[in-house]
Write a protein that binds this ligand. Structure first.
Ligand code: IPE
Ligand code: IPE
Ligand code: MG
Length: 251
């Protein structure tokens, strides 16, 4: 279906974003600590990345740690940071072999110098990857993202290199993260919660949302296929009229 020649629903999503939620409940159901849930959750990522690649998905953005997750108990935060660090150190080489380019979005200044180095190294090792993008949102918040874009634009106005009138949606859209990737077609949240929890706010304006009760450590290839199948049934109108709505259009 198309409006002005633009394909409205692609055969499959090019960019999927996932709020990986439910590690704590997964662990609690097994009588384990949240740490065990987070470990199991990280284990899912490798398979999911390959599954996405095999299905022609060009970019996968994962919400790993929100700017609000610092409020968790210090021990849990520490464990999450150490899992992030070891994930980057272990997986970067494999990603390079598979042609995956890794990028981390979010604030970095609140991470330890060691973790900041691990992030920079992993990004560096995978820089040439041309087969697909893996984006990890860590210490990320959608409001932060929009605020940092506004701050950079304000700086340009203060420097005299930009006029306030030049700040349009298109321009602001180039200052938020993920701007160089295809738009997020499909946004998945596991664990039954139906909220965005300050994930990509600007970028999700026209994403299709998919919620599943499955807890993140149980989210496998079959779950991904269910989400994609549902996505393919969606009618993406972007505010326009779908084909077959001609009667209404002419009314
Ligand atoms: C998601 O799992 C992981 C992070 C937020 C880091 P949770 O730890 O939020 O799992 P639940 O929501 O308690 O089950
Ligand atoms: C959102 O999950 C953040 C991540 C999955 C990284 P939360 O578990 O932190 O979200 P709330 O607290 O249920 O909204
Ligand atoms: Mg949660």
């Amino acid at each position: 279906m198309s409006i002005g020649g633009t394909e409205l629903h692609a055969p499959g999503p090019r960019h999927i974003a996932i709020i990986m939620d439910g590690n704590g409940r997964w662990a609690a159901r097994k009588g384990l600590s949240p740490s065990a849930g987070h470990k199991a959750g990280v284990e899912r990522i490798r398979d999911l990345l390959s599954a996405c690649k095999a299905r022609g998905v060009k970019a996968l953005t994962l919400f790993a740690f929100s700017s609000e997750n610092w409020q968790r108990p210090p021990k849990e935060v520490e464990l999450l940071m150490s899992l992030f660090n070891s994930y980057l150190r272990k997986e970067a080489r494999r990603m390079r072999e598979e042609g995956v380019r890794l990028r981390v979005i979010g604030r970095r200044d609140r991470f330890s110098p060691r973790l900041q180095r691990a992030i920079a190294e992993a990004e560096d090792i995978t820089r040439e990857g041309a087969e697909g993008d893996l984006i990890i949102a860590a210490d990320y918040g959608g409001r932060w993202d929009i605020a940092q874009a506004a701050r950079r634009l304000a700086q340009e106005v203060a420097d005299g290199t930009r006029s306030p009138e030049s700040i349009t949606e298109d321009v602001l859209g180039k200052y938020v993260r993920l701007q160089d990737l295809p738009p997020v077609d499909l946004l998945i949240r596991s664990s039954g919660e139906q909220r965005i929890s300050n994930f990509i706010l600007w970028q999700a304006a026209y994403s299709e949302f998919y919620f599943t009760d499955t807890l993140w450590p149980d989210f496998d290839e079959a779950e991904l296929d269910k989400a994609i199948a549902e996505y393919e049934l969606r009618d993406r109108r972007f505010g326009g009229r779908a084909e077959g709505d001609d009667a209404i259009a002419q009314a």
